[in-house]
Write a protein that binds this ligand. Structure first.
Ligand code: CIR
Length: 255
């Protein structure tokens, strides 16, 4: 079974953290409709969608990706870089511990799941405004015990590593080379985002399908031409909160 944990769009999202964007009004009704459609897409792709409890007073709580790193063997609860987001962890722990043994990143480590890109037994961790070296070391030690090799990666110009790079399959990464060094992924096939589609590198792989953002149609074309099966999702309202496709779910397999 493949599980996708999601959490509702909170009414407080207008107070979300913002780093690279100016604050603009978010249409809550549209944001919730798009999020419903995203969940329906995950279901259509074979995921069993599990709703974590609503957190109306935690403005960024819809972005569940940042709260945990779920490996096959263990779930690592994060310690988010933004203090306003630390309260998101408790409710996610309750859900994740049904499926995996749980460990935590401790102070002084800070890490957002959006900085953690796992491809097979390789893990890349963005060292960003949210994620520090202490957390990279902690995660690396936890993962090494299960046979994963972890590398810290400098990211600049974007919020998280997965704003700059995600995997389309086990051999291929989609990157924005302005935000992450291409050489980081020397062992993979690399597809650059289409010119002008800077945030298009955030794609969500579900089984053999790659979900791309409706906002970035030319990057989708590049993936189609490279032989991938793609579908799109429109999260344009959550993009105003600096959220993207991977941010809104924690997807993993349950034996
Ligand atoms: C934040 O700044 O934390 C949220 N407004 C956006 C988080 C997006 N999450 C992600 O990319 N994994």
């Amino acid at each position: 079974m493949r599980v996708a944990i999601t959490r509702p769009v909170p009414g407080s999202i207008a107070r979300c953290e913002l780093t690279h964007l100016e604050r603009t009004p978010i249409d809550l009704v549209l944001a919730r409709r798009q999020h419903d459609e995203y969940e329906a897409l995950l279901t259509s792709l074979g995921c069993h969608v599990i709703h974590a409890g609503s957190e109306p007073e935690l403005p960024d709580s819809v972005f569940v990706e940042d709260t945990a790193v779920v490996l096959d063997e263990v779930a690592i609860l994060t310690r988010p870089g933004a203090v306003s987001r630390r309260g998101e962890i408790a409710g996610i722990r309750e859900v994740v511990e049904r499926y995996r043994p749980v460990v935590s990143i401790d102070a002084p480590g800070t890490i957002d799941g959006g900085d953690v890109l796992r491809i097979g037994r390789r893990i890349f961790v963005g060292v960003s405004s949210r994620t520090n070296l202490s957390a990279v070391e902690q995660l690396s030690a936890i993962a090494a015990a299960h046979g994963y090799r972890t590398s810290g990666v400098r990211v600049a110009g974007c919020l998280h590593l997965k704003s700059a790079a995600t995997a389309a399959d086990e051999e291929t990464v989609v990157i924005n080379p302005e935000w992450v060094d291409r050489d980081t992924f020397a062992e993979f096939r690399v597809i650059d985002v289409a010119p002008g589609e800077g945030n298009g590198a955030n794609v969500l792989r579900i089984g053999g399908t790659v979900v791309t953002a409706a906002l970035f149609p030319r990057t989708r074309e590049l993936l189609d031409r490279a032989g991938f099966t793609t579908v799109t999702a429109d999260l344009s309202e959550l993009a105003k909160a600096e959220g993207a496709l991977t941010c809104c779910s924690l997807v993993f397999d349950v034996p």
